[in-house]
Design a protein. Structure first.
Length: 192
């Protein structure tokens, strides 16, 4: 399958990436390539992934010096991504959108004519849900059941929880008396 992954631009994709969204996209890209899919990632030029990389900005925004208006810098990078995607219209079987913000790629979905799956990595607000409702042909992969409850009626897939690469963690047969949690728990992700 020919899969386009739209990656966030804040951080590069690599095995060392620690940002939530970029790490998820990195793991997804590596997993899809290992299963024989033709994967093209639209992202930052300093990303290190298997598969094809279409760099839309040279380096992750996080690693660039500050500018007066970060919003413009980010938006210009996203617009470049949409232009690169437009140049490759018809070259993919599916486009998986992981952008921040998610809405930009959805604006191009109809023009591209390729099925689009969007993973919403943030709270499903009424504003987002209302916007998404105008694009019924776009599929949404919720990262929690709570997202579907907050704005029902969208074209949802089954819930796909954020995963980890278990190979990055060594098993210990001698458990300690501690619990370590790295991440965040927010009400809008779950009510369970």
């Amino acid at each position: 399958m020919r899969i386009a992954l739209l990656a966030p631009l804040k951080r590069e994709l690599s095995a060392e990436t620690r940002g939530g969204r970029p790490r998820i996209v990195y793991n997804l890209a590596e997993g899809l390539v290992s299963r024989g899919h033709e994967v093209t990632v639209f992202g930052t030029g300093d990303s290190r992934i298997s598969g094809n990389l279409i760099p839309v900005i040279p380096k992750a925004l996080f690693h660039l010096p500050p500018v007066e208006n970060e919003f413009y810098r980010h938006l210009i990078g996203l617009c470049r991504m949409m232009e690169e995607l437009r140049k490759r219209k018809g070259k993919f079987d599916i486009i998986h959108n992981h952008l921040y913000p998610e809405v930009l790629a959805i604006l191009f979905a109809r023009e591209l004519g390729t099925p689009m799956l969007t993973t919403v990595h943030t709270q499903m607000t009424s504003e987002l849900g209302e916007f998404f409702s105008h694009y019924p042909e776009t599929h949404f992969a919720p990262i929690s059941n709570r997202q579907k409850e907050l704005y029902p009626g969208l074209n949802y897939t089954e819930t796909v929880y954020n995963g980890i690469d278990e190979r990055a963690f060594a098993f210990s047969g001698n458990p300690g008396t501690y619990l370590l949690f790295v991440g965040r728990i927010r009400e809008f992700f779950t009510n369970e």
